[in-house]
Ligand binder design. Structure first.
Ligand code: 6PG
Length: 469
């Protein structure tokens, strides 16, 4: 068999994508730094191994591929990608296609697209979401870079992608690093989603003193309603799982320090650079950072003791559900606004409804809401999803519960930073006459920075009659 595509890197994601590609009927060459791993992988593939061609060197890998070659890199983002591209480059011919399927920094992908293009090589930066299971049975894929490269690999990508109502969850979103940018924002939203779920879990656990199986039941009910999503589904599983060693709920033995590989932080840094507000993701990143500051938290708990469990008062499960729904809508609204701003600034061709559509299945943030979001974004005159009729109505219904939840958390001293910052940001958005008049007055008073008068629009540089003391 002549492989139609090759995969370099047989870690969990690479190996599973290779099996997925072979299963979809496409012969594939594989290469891993350690030849034993490459051959063991091909042998372990069972019936699929007849479509898998293991190769022992990079030269043999390149030689096995039909021209133009299609090569999918599945190596860790950063130096490993850089080194792999450098090793491959002299072996490739103009017209060959290199696809980076890792969680790369989108700016690296922009640079690689341009650099490789100078040698006539086509580069595709491909964000792949869905974890190990997604890679094996259908991920969501966000493509950016060379449009020709996309056209050349799209048939394979469509065959291996997750499907929503029969539509494959893969799209071309623009040149350079557009695909990796969208994947990064996906991960930022993933951080916010998870943080808000964890905040509500914390309110139930510490504010209402509830047991894990009880909370699992609540999340299971929510998963049958508007919050239906993969993350809620696996929350039910995690809450309901026991530790085989101790028989205790698994969460009671997991250390409360969250890891992060960086994509959430990248999203926030990019948002700040573009002046695109992203408070829910910021709060989620900060909460992960603080989760690692165990010494501060122990000292803080000692100095400022927690209120007793049960202190949160009579918040109903329905209120918590609505609070989570409102928080989620606000977080996604912020995320899509960042995408819109970046797409304008970087001149990417991406369509926001397409982004919502390819997130409907396969990826970690897949949820029932994304289908409605795709429809709303199609007709939204503004980039703000929160203002689209379908969502402004839902927000109007659920905001009272978000306020009640944030207020209860605040009064009882339980943290809900993502929910409350999403709400704080939203309240700024609905304040027609804000308070920046005072900021401007102060700036003019101490630095003569000038302001604009309401009765003389378009004439900045006005000054107050400050006399000082
Ligand atoms: C996905 C995930 C995936 C990975 C994240 C985890 O979409 O499949 O987002 O990319 O699990 O990198 O990120 P952190 O390690 O930063 O939590």
């Amino acid at each position: 068999v002549t492989p139609e595509i090759g995969v370099i890197g047989l870690g969990t994601m690479g190996a599973n994508l290779a099996l997925n590609i072979a299963e979809a009927g496409h012969p594939i060459a594989v290469f891993n730094r350690t030849p034993e791993k490459t051959f063991a992988f091909a042998e372990s593939a069972g019936a699929l191994s007849e479509r898998i061609v293991p190769t022992e060197s990079l030269e043999a890998f390149v030689a096995a591929l039909a021209s133009p070659r299609r090569i999918l890199l599945m190596v860790p983002a950063g130096d490993a990608v850089e080194e792999q591209i450098a090793a491959l480059r002299p072996l490739l011919d103009a017209g060959d296609i290199l696809i980076d399927g890792g969680n790369s920094d989108w700016q690296d992908s922009t640079r690689r697209h341009a650099e490789l293009g100078r040698d006539g090589l086509h580069f595709l930066g491909l964000g792949v979401s869905g974890g190990a299971e997604g890679a094996r049975h259908g991920p969501s894929m966000m493509a950016g870079g060379s449009e020709r490269a996309y056209e050349a690999v799209a048939p394979i990508l469509r065959d291996i992608a997750a499907r929503f109502d029969g539509e494959p969850c893969v799209a071309y979103l623009g040149s350079g690093g557009a695909g990796h940018f969208v994947k990064t924002v996906h991960n930022g939203i993933e951080y916010a989603d998870m943080q808000m779920i964890a905040e509500v879990y914390g309110l139930m656990r510490d504010g209402q003193g509830r047991a894990m199986p009880d909370m699992a039941g609540v999340f299971a009910r929510w998963n049958a309603g508007p919050l239906e999503s993969y993350l809620i589904e696996i929350t039910v599983e995690v809450l309901g799982t026991s530790d085989p060693e101790t028989g205790k709920p698994i969460l009671s033995v997991i250390a409360d320090r969250a890891g992060q590989k960086g994509t959430g932080r990248w999203t926030v840094m990019d948002a700040q650079r573009r002046a695109a507000p992203l408070p829910a993701v910021e709060a989620a990143v900060t909460a992960r950072v603080l989760s690692g500051e165990g010494a501060w938290r122990s000292k803080g708990a000692q100095l400022f003791p927690d209120p007793a469990a049960g202190a949160i008062g009579p918040l109903s499960d329905e209120q918590l559900e609505q609070a989570l729904l409102a928080g989620k809508i606000l977080a996604y609204s912020q995320g899509f606004a960042l995408l819109a701003k970046a797409a304008r600034e970087e001149e990417w061709s991406m369509s926001l409804p397409d982004v919502a559509r390819i997130w409907r299945a396969g990826c970690i943030i897949r949820s029932g809401l994304l289908d409605d979001m795709a429809t709303a974004l199609e007709s939204a005159e503004m980039d703000l999803l929160a203002f689209a009729p379908a969502f402004s109505e839902r927000l109007t219904q659920t905001l009272p519960a978000l306020r009640a939840t944030v207020a209860a958390a605040t009064l009882s001293g339980l943290p809900a930073p993502a929910l409350s910052s999403a709400l704080g940001h939203f309240d700024l958005l609905r304040q027609a006459r804000g308070t920046a008049d005072l900021i401007q007055g102060l700036r003019d008073r101490f630095g003569a920075h000038g302001f604009e008068r309401l009765d003389r629009p378009g004439e900045p540089g006005q000054h107050g009659p400050w006399t000082g003391t």
